[in-house]
Design a protein around this ligand. Structure first.
Ligand code: CP
Ligand code: NVA
Length: 305
C-alpha cells in the first residue's frame, strides 16, 4: 500500500484534521502532567532541511525523543543531497531505512517528487508554496483559546506566501471565513485560490480584512530565499503592518498569531506582538504537540483517545 503523506492540509479529511487537533490537545495535557507515553519506540524520523529552522526542527526532534523514537538531522551541507544525488535516489534510500521523513525545501515540486519515490510517509515541513504543519499548531491554539473555529472570521494581512496558501486550505478544511489583504503582485497562489471557494476572499485594504475579525495573522515580508527583495518588499508592504490601530477594528477578543520568526516594527508592531492579544508563544509551543499528534497518526494510525 502506498504511504500516506502530509504534503498539504488537503491530504487529510476535515474529520481527521479535527481529530488530530483534539489529539494534540490531549498529548499536551499528558506531557504537562509528566505522563511517559512512548508510542514511537524504535521509530526513526529523517529530517531533511534545505532551509533554516528553529521551531520545526526542535519540535520534531523533541516529539520523537519524548515518544521513545529518534530523529536524524540531514542538511545538504553534509549529505549527498547537497552534492547532486538525484532526489528520487535519495528518497528510495532514506525510506528503506527510516520510518518517516520530513522535508523543508524551496520548490514544492521537489517535495512531491521525493514523496512519489518514498516508501514511508513524507511530511511537508515548509516549501515556497505551503507550510501545513504550522497550520496544525495555529488551529490547536485557536481551539484551545476559543473553541471551534468553524464560522469564525480570520484576517490574513501581508504577503500571499506559503503560510497564506496554507491558510486558504485551512479555511476550506476547518470551515472558517478567510479575508486576505495582500498588495498587488504579492497575492496568494492562483491555483490554490481557485480551489478556495466562497469562504476565502481578497480585499484591497488591511482595514477591510481586519474588520470584525476573530483572528488576525501575518508573516514576514520576505520569506526564506527572498532576502534580496527585502527593500522592494518594504515599500510594497509599508501599509500592511499589524498594529494597535488595525487590531482595534477587529472583534474586542480578537487574537493575533504569527508563525515566527517575526520582525517587530515591520509586519507587526512590538506593541501587538508583545501585547495581550498575542498568542504567539502558545502557538510556537503547540508546534511540538501538534507535530507529535501528526507523527503518531502517520506511524500508528492513532487519532483519538
Ligand atoms: N514557524 C516556523 O516554521 O519556524 P522555524 O522556521 O523556526 O522552523
Ligand atoms: N514565510 C516564512 C515562514 C517561516 C516559518 C518563510 O517561508 O520564510
Amino acid at each position: 500500500m502506498a504511504a500516506r503523506h502530509f504534503i498539504t492540509l488537503m491530504d487529510f479529511t476535515p474529520e481527521e484534521l479535527r481529530d488530530l487537533i483534539q489529539r494534540a490537545i490531549e498529548l499536551k495535557r499528558m506531557q504537562r502532567s509528566g505522563e511517559i507515553y512512548e508510542p514511537l519506540k524504535n521509530k526513526v524520523l529523517g529530517m531533511v532541511f534545505e532551509k533554516s529552522s528553529t521551531r520545526t526542527r526542535v519540535a520534531f526532534e523533541t516529539a520523537m525523543a519524548q515518544c521513545g523514537g529518534h530523529a536524524i538531522f540531514l542538511s545538504p551541507r553534509d549529505t549527498q543531497l547537497g552534492r547532486g544525488e538525484p532526489i528520487e535516489d535519495s528518497a528510495r534510500v532514506l525510506s528503506r531505512m527510516v520510518d518517516v521523513i520530513m522535508i523543508r525545501t524551496y520548490e514544492h515540486e521537489k517535495l512531491l517528487q521525493f514523496a512519489s519515490y518514498s516508501l514511508v510517509p513524507v511530511i511537508n515541513a515548509l516549501t515556497d508554496m505551503q507550510h501545513p504543519v504550522q497550520l496544525l499548531a495555529d488551529m490547536q491554539t485557536y481551539f484551545e483559546y476559543r473553541g471551534d473555529i468553524r464560522g469564525r472570521r480570520v484576517a490574513w494581512i501581508g504577503d500571499g506566501n506559503n503560510m497564506c496558501n496554507s491558510y486558504i486550505d485551512a479555511a476550506r478544511q476547518f470551515g472558517f471565513e478567510l479575508v486576505i489583504a495582500a498588495p498587488e503582485g504579492y497575492l496568494p497562489d492562483s491555483d490554490i485560490l481557485k480551489t478556495a471557494g466562497a469562504a476565502t476572499r481578497l480585499v484591497d485594504a488591511p482595514e477591510t480584512a481586519a474588520k470584525d475579525a476573530d483572528l488576525i495573522v501575518t508573516d514576514v515580508w520576505a520569506s526564506m530565499g527572498q532576502e534580496e527583495e527585502l527593500s522592494n518588499r518594504r515599500l510594497a508592504f509599508a501599509d500592511y503592518q499589524v498594529n494597535s490601530e488595525l487590531m482595534q477594528l477587529a472583534k474586542p477578543d480578537c487574537m493575533f498569531m504569527h508563525c515566527l520568526p517575526a520582525h517587530r516594527e515591520e509586519e507587526v508592531s512590538a506593541e501587538v506582538m508583545d501585547g495581550p492579544q498575542s498568542v504567539v508563544w502558545d502557538e510556537a509551543e503547540n508546534r511540538l504537540h501538534s507535530q507529535k499528534a501528526l507523527l503518531e497518526f502517520l506511524l500508528t494510525g492513532r487519532l483519538g483517545d
